[in-house]
Design a protein around this ligand. Sequence first.
Ligand code: F6R
Length: 611
Amino acid sequence: MCGIIGAVAQRPVADILIEGLRRLEYRGYDSAGLAVLDSTNRLQRSRAVGKVAMLATKLLETPIDGKTGIAHTRWATHGKPAEMNAHPHVSGTWLGVVHNGIIENYLALREKLGSYGYGFDSETDTEVIAHLVALHLKREGSLLKATLKARQEFKGAYALAILSPEEPNTLVVARQGSPLIIGLGIGENFVGSDIQAMLPVTNRFIYLENGDVAYVGLHKIEIYNEEGELVERPIRESRAKDSASELGEYRHFMLKEIFEQPTAIASTLENRLASGHFLPSIVGQNVMETLAKVEEIQIIACGTSYHAGMVGRYWIESMTDIPCTVEVASEYRYRRQPLRKNMLFVTISQSGETADTLAALEKIKEAKGCLASLSICNVAESSLVRESDMNLMTVAGPEIGVASTKAFTTQLLALQLLLGTLIQAKTGETDASRKLAQDLQLLPILVEQVLELNPVIEKLAEQFIDKHHSLFLGRGAQYPIALEGALKLKEISYIHAEAYPAGELKHGPLALVDSEMPVVAIAPTGLLLEKLKSNLEVVHARGGQLYVFASQNAQMKPDEQTHVIELPAVPEMLAPIVYTIPLQLLAYHVAVLKGTDVDKPRNLAKSVTVE
Ligand code: F6R
């Protein structure tokens, strides 16, 4: 999704901006652009459809540079991907703006600005920002005052960075709903929608809050809150490693991140367990009293994180008497629900910036509809973490590939940590909670072992490249894993993939099965194994091609229609995490063979900060 980088410096900034945009590429985008104030203080702009590399080439052919600049990667919402719609947008020679988010009342503002004589060169909502701030700039005489005035008229979500020849060495930025961060240098300062973009130039950051507008100069930063009062925001030093955005020996970030899972899991476990005990501090200080009161759990998330929530529900209800429901945030936020007593509201999000998930949290908080909110999140500085009462951080490290991998498995692990902590809060330590804590220690090594299947799965992937459709089957807590396997395959290889609980096959989807239909099944040992085997018999009898990821103890027999990929025997509670790995590898290798853009699949964005 859209990305912003900006700089006010005493050196040329075009290269810093281009490098920043490269680091934002993982978020997904369709065009890129940059605007600088040149040595004569004129506003110069360059934009290109396609990759940041196209913009960089354009700048080599027709160089522009200056010491104050803003740049953007655009993911089309209003208007097609085209140069005229790419940011920065300008208002004549008055100013340039880059924008993440959506201005919901842009049509009304467009009409109003039209009546003042402003013409529009794009189909975007962003251009109204440029003209409205320019209108106020003419009246107020200062870019900061103009932005403070204009923002009163914007409805929607935005992160903005604005520059103007009227005020050299200045950026004015604003945040409402979309993240925006100021990066602090010495005699220079930066702004970005993501710290990754600024890590080559600084590791000291100020995270703006909703409603903030800030003046960013060479030596001075002033932040005004929603009420227009001058405020201080804390400076945070980031330990995020620049190397996280390097590929190293890997061909794609997705493969790198799949192989980072043993480390990500080990890091997420670190300091959270002690001799069969879940350390309550994992979700915050003095939380046991609150957790002891929980009578219901509502989990809210989107996409892959939603699948994690679905598995969480199976686990929570299998080991406690707490009813748990799971819903996608985009539906929950608009649905009327009766308020429930002593409900723990759990949000799951890799980025912590997903607009629908944040809106669902806001809704429940406004209604005072829960006992407490708890986020499971991978980004400590994110909006979700800041807005939640309690947080359980996954320690997966930055995830660059658009298709979520290590974030998902660490979310599953976090749900188990939450489960163990809940059991302890409600009933004290039990044999089951102790066993869970012990089993969890095995996870990094089990995941390591399953990764050794990589060459086998790479070979297997060849059988999928000419397929147009596929089915994924699982039962119990493996059903959401089947959903996740199907999502991975469709999003990066563009093969249509659907997942079903295997017992549901006979109620319709069986009609799709023939010798052309690959059917992927997940078959660990457990209560439902024999049921699953019967479901697979039915597929076999209709000529379906079966690809079964099975426990070595499952006694699955291969034949000309049945490919069995054996996994080590694992404790039942760990199986969903372990069986995710081969499905990630399968999707990855199919996509590589099909030659798709694995890390940046078409139409998708890493961080979905708009509705
Ligand atoms: C798919 C994927 C998405 C995200 C979803 C929610 O591989 O990554 O489905 O899971 O957009 O994002 P977060 O977890 O950041 O809230």
